[in-house]
Structures are given as C-alpha cells and as structure tokens.
Design a protein around this ligand. Sequence first.
Ligand SMILES: Cc1cc2nc3c(=O)[nH]c(=O)nc-3n(C[C@H](O)[C@H](O)[C@H](O)COP(=O)(O)OP(=O)(O)OC[C@H]3O[C@@H](n4cnc5c(N)ncnc54)[C@H](O)[C@@H]3O)c2cc1C
Length: 386
Amino acid sequence: MTVKKTCDFAVIGAGVFGAWTAHFLRQSGASVTLIDAYGPANGRASSSGETRIIRMGYGPDELYTRWSGRSLVLWREFFARIGVDLFRPTGVLWLSSETDPYTAGMFGVLTRAGVKHEKLTAADVRKRWPQMSFADVSCAMFEHESGVLLARRAVQELVRYAVSSGTDYLSATALLPQPRGKLREIQLANGDAISAGQFIFACGPWLPKIFPGIVGDRIFPTRQEVFFLGTPSGDDSFRSPKMPAWLHHTHPDRPYALPNIEERGFKIAFDRHGPEFDPDSSDRVVGQPSIERLRAYLKQHVPALQNAPVIETRVCQYENTWNGDFLIDRHPEAENVWLIGGGSGHGFKHGPAVGEYVSARLLRNAPAEPRFSLDSKQADRKRAIY
Ligand SMILES: Cc1cc2nc3c(=O)[nH]c(=O)nc-3n(C[C@H](O)[C@H](O)[C@H](O)COP(=O)(O)OP(=O)(O)OC[C@H]3O[C@@H](n4cnc5c(N)ncnc54)[C@H](O)[C@@H]3O)c2cc1C
C-alpha cells in the first residue's frame, strides 16, 4: 500500500550537511522528514570516514575560518548534550614555506579570528616531531585547539538525536524530481510519497545525478584513497599527543595524516583530486600502484613507517565545485527546492554551520552568502579553497 507523508521540511540525504540541517529545522519546532537511500553516513557517502580533520586555517579565507570556529563550538555542544565526546583535540600542524601566500594569509586571519596558533621554524618542527622529516618545509603553523572528529559516528549520533527529538527518518531512495514552480511531493523508490512545504536535497556527490541539467557540470566527484598503517607495538610516536594531525602543504600532492586514533592505525591520504567517480557504482578497492606511491612518500617523510603494513584502506569521493566553495542555493526553477552540497573535500567540519545557515535561510529568510550561490559555480576547475 502506498504511504503518503506530509511535513514542513523534507531533507533528502543524511550525510553531515543533511543531518545538521534536519537537526536545526527540527529544533525550531517544524515537522521534518529525513530520508537516506543507504543510511546515515553510509559506506558510499562522503561523510562515512572514521575520522575527519577539524582545522581553522583556510589561508586568507576568513569565511571558512569563521565557519570552522563556529562549527567546533556547535560540535562540542552537541557532544556535551549527548554525553559522548567524539572530538579528539590532537592539534593540527601546517607544514609550509615562508614564501607561500596561502600560509602567509592564514596567520593574519587566525590572529583576527582569535584562534590560538603558533608559528614554528623548520628547526622547531624537527625538534618537536623527530618521527617526521620535511626538507622542503621552512615554516609551520600549529593550531593548538583543533583536532579530529570521529566522523561517521558523529553523523549517526546526530541522526539518532534528531529522531529522538521528533524527526521522522526514512530509509528510502528519492526518485529524480522534475521541479517547476512549486514542488508538491517527491516519489520514493518504494512507492511511497512525501509532500512537504520545502525540499532540501543534501545529496553531496549524488547531486549531479539527481539534477543533471542544473548541477551536472558544476559538481564533479573524484576518487580519493585513504590508507591506515599499522604502527609498531608499544610505539606511541604516531598517536596524540606525540603526533598531531598534519598537512604537508608544500608538497604538490598535498598529503595529510592523522595520528593513530582508536587503534585503527596511522591514517594518511593525498588531497590532490583523483579520477572521476560514481558514488553508487564505482569500486572502492585500492590498487598496488597507489600503495607503492604511498611507500615512496613515507620513505622520504615518515621513514619509520615506510614498510609498515597497510592494515586498512578506504576509497571515498570528494564532491568538488569549480573552486571549492559550497553550493547552498534554491533550485533556479523551483521556489521550494534547495540544493546543498559541494563539500569539496573540506566540508565535514562545517556541517553545523551549514545546518545553521540553511535553517536560517529557510525559517527567517536570512541573507544569502553570494559565494554559495548556484550562479557563482562555474564549469571549469580552479581549486582555490581546501
Ligand atoms: C577521503 C576524504 C577525506 C576528507 N577529509 C575531510 C577532513 O579531514 N575534514 C573535512 O572537514 N572534510 C573532509 N572531507 C570532506 C567531507 O567529508 C565532505 O565534504 C562531507 O562529508 C560531505 O557531506 P554531504 O552531507 O554533503 O554528503 P554525503 O555524506 O555524501 O551525504 C549525501 C547523502 O545523500 C544520500 N542520497 C543521495 N542520493 C539520494 C537519494 N536519491 N535519495 C535518498 N538519499 C540520497 C546518500 O546516501 C548520502 O548519505 C573528506 C572527504 C573525503 C572523501
């Protein structure tokens, strides 16, 4: 029998953006239905990783530094409310060079934003973190109060909390809507239908498939590989506090690493964009050439782990906009349909700020940030925000 549900807001996608959006909308007293095809922070979703870095540094970009700071406050409030702390204050280390304009801009922004940070020389880095070796690094910046979120669990806890606060959660696939004017309802693959006042599609890397004509060439998902390495027994030099999360900013492949958290091993990945990727059907197996590239990097920069066993790999996708700015805007042909996504490899930390912003736009018609508009998204690729 077909079931038809009615609510104020239907949020499609229970990744970090959709979950926080549903949470804030529900907190306002509105009726909210949250729908996900594969489950909150499922293995195909961009939000599914074990861990995500939360950092304040965004080069000269004040907007994302401000959002990151606001989000960390909201993450911590949420963890305090549920009595489960999923933030690990490992600190975050930027490994850079004196001549890098991104890093130079970052110091000023962090100072203005009141973010506790410390400028370090190459000698400081060598002394404090002797387990790493960076000949190309001439200066560094350490964010003392930043760290790592246990990402998948955080989203799942948030959805659990949203449900306990009255959000209706459905495990179902929303079929492609063809909105014109005002969308009355969406059909689900199981035959049910949801009618709502507003529809929020927070479908991350699926947005180009759901709205091919509008988003098809404005968000491009890329394959990103992640490696976990086994550290030697009894050796604590790859866990906090001896190792922070770090970003090797001077390296062209932009490697980043996280300390061993919850015994999963030392995590390392390359932030450069990989090949095109389909979040539904692309395979998620890492090949030997990737492992060899990783070992070559480790040999130079983390020599103690150059032969460490790869104990786990993950393949995830970034959902990139042309420059890395998020997409948060109304559908151009449907007044009550919203498109939320374009996390571009750096969105997780901002989940709370995204949810707060979207709910303020929807509930109070709060002013729009032009950088998030659909119009600002181009089809060419000039990554600037990461
Ligand atoms: C390897 C990797 C490392 C990263 N590292 C960091 C980091 O250190 N720090 C950081 O801040 N960010 C990081 N990011 C980026 C961050 O994880 C993403 O920007 C963020 O998770 C995007 O969340 P989202 O909610 O937009 O998308 P998703 O998490 O992908 O959620 C979209 C959801 O929509 C659902 N869906 C899709 N289509 C439908 C449909 N038709 N019907 C119903 N449901 C549907 C999907 O099942 C999915 O659950 C990283 C990303 C990757 C891949």
